[in-house]
Design a protein around this ligand. Sequence first.
Ligand SMILES: C[S@@+](CC[C@H](N)C(=O)[O-])C[C@H]1O[C@@H](n2cnc3c(N)ncnc32)[C@H](O)[C@@H]1O
Length: 234
Amino acid sequence: MDEDTSQLEPSRLGTKTHWDSVYSRELSNFIDTGDEGEIWFGEEVVEKMVNWALDHISPISRPYILEIGAGNGTLLFALLEAGFESTRAVGIDYSADAVRLARAIAERRGLSGVLLLECNFLSQSPPKCSGQEQEWDLLLDKGTYDAIALGEKDRQGISPAVGYPARAAALLNPGGFFLITSCNFTEDELKQTFATPATGLLYHSRVSHPSIRFGGKTGSMYTTMAFQKPHLAP
Ligand SMILES: C[S@@+](CC[C@H](N)C(=O)[O-])C[C@H]1O[C@@H](n2cnc3c(N)ncnc32)[C@H](O)[C@@H]1O
């Protein structure tokens, strides 16, 4: 069992009821005012994740991209607007109104072809793109693992987040990347959770964020890291 994820106390941010009410409100706002809703962690984090992707994966290689817990789709749409192919991109979320909101935003931005679907990452297999035979080349997570780690523990005290790393790793093609931004976990904690013999993932790189000083300690508000599934031996 992963120790770090089990240490977080459950909160409403780890419940589907919370996200359903957030996106029901954001969907109504979008319909009334055209506001796309909250950009989780802010625009700079989105920009840094997109730049990381552009630096390490060429859009010309036509990667298959899956965002886990895509919310209003801001990150996925930023990648598509940066040149990645919409017919090879899928965003899943377990909140139906998040999916409705993301679809409405995609339509307004003229991003056709991207699949946005209701799916619980912990219990369902994400749908694939039309014609996709292999797994994914890039998995994205911005705040979803954080939310899952705040979910209610089971009777044995095990966090729902414990199953996440292996599920994510199994969805990657050899050579594929998992790019995550968290506000709850440090770099060491993410490494301990995702770069393990059980996942087979290796730490690849990190993205710097401005550091803050709080309580005599210096750290970043966000952690963005990339892990890679090793290429198959020739
Ligand atoms: C902090 S929000 C981030 C949303 C989006 N990634 C963004 O950056 O705007 C967490 C998201 O994870 C989704 N989520 C939480 N648990 C999930 C699960 N088990 N399966 C799919 N989506 C989940 C929530 O509905 C919510 O959209």
